[in-house]
Design a protein around this ligand. Structure first.
Ligand code: ADP
Ligand code: ADP
Length: 223
């Protein structure tokens, strides 16, 4: 059975926009799956629904093999912007999810160091976000997401804001990380290259009525 299964998931926002119309998606344990599609086709919404950050209007999300009721404990989320706390140093940023789970700094110390080492930032534990490059901030975000030892790592266009070289490096680092950790990764991107380079499987999402990309396509083809 899949790790997570989305069945006929529809999401209509309060403003009437339909972000997803009957999405069927299985996420298999251990895979690196990309959600690939144009802006506005509902990739982020699908990811947020998997994370439990948004509720489907219709349809079901199930975790067939999970024993715990709160699957959010097993999820790490990496957003497009690094969303680090500017007033806290790197170590404290990585500590945050552990702190929210009641772990003291002292008890979290080993885990924080390990996660920073995984992303090659062990020397920057005391640095502040403003002192880091964009790529380094993204690495801190990844370390923070990994701190809870997630079974499932959800990444929403994580490298979109980075320059191409940094992006290449992070792609390779991410592949290495997944091999080392064995976690399942769902990676949202609109880059055909990135999805082909990274993933073991690609779910292509097409524009639906009510989303911007569909309108652009309609204009371009005159349909
Ligand atoms: P097509 O219009 O190409 O025939 P389908 O409607 O058959 O596409 O979609 C194929 C699968 O992809 C369906 O299971 C559908 O749930 C899913 N899908 C693709 N893109 C989206 C999207 N933007 N929103 C919801 N589901 C999607
Ligand atoms: P993608 O990640 O593929 O760019 P999104 O999931 O962000 O797509 O958005 C899908 C559609 O839903 C878009 O038309 C977007 O404008 C709309 N949308 C996303 N979030 C909201 C929201 N909170 N309220 C209203 N509309 C939204």
């Amino acid at each position: 059975p899949p790790l997570v299964s989305l069945q006929r998931v529809t999401k209509v926002f309060a403003n009437g926009v339909t972000a997803l119309a009957g999405l069927d998606l299985d996420i298999r344990a251990g895979e690196f799956i990309s959600l690939l599609g144009p802006s506005g086709c509902g990739k982020s919404t699908a990811l947020r629904i998997v994370a439990g950050l948004a509720k489907p209007t219709q349809g079901r999300v199930t975790w067939p093999t999970a024993s715990s009721l709160d699957h959010r404990d097993d999820i790490g989320f990496v957003f497009q912007e690094p969303t680090l706390m500017p007033w806290a140093n790197v170590a404290d940023n990585v500590w945050l999810p552990l702190r929210l789970r009641g772990l003291s700094k002292r008890d979290a110390q080993g885990r924080i160091a390990k996660c920073l080492a995984l992303v090659g930032l062990e020397a920057f534990a005391d640095a502040y976000p403003r002192e880091l490059s964009g790529g380094m901030k993204m690495r801190v975000s990844i370390a923070r997401a990994l701190s809870v030892k997630p079974k499932l790592l959800l990444m929403d266009e994580p490298f979109a804001a980075l320059d191409e070289i940094t992006r290449f490096r992070l792609n390779d680092d991410l592949l290495r990380l997944q091999r080392e950790l064995g976690c399942t990764i769902v990676f949202v991107t609109h880059s055909v290259f990135e999805s082909a380079y990274l993933s073991s499987r690609i779910a292509i999402m097409t524009p639906r009525p009510g989303c911007i990309a569909a309108e652009i396509k309609a204009d371009a083809t005159g349909e």
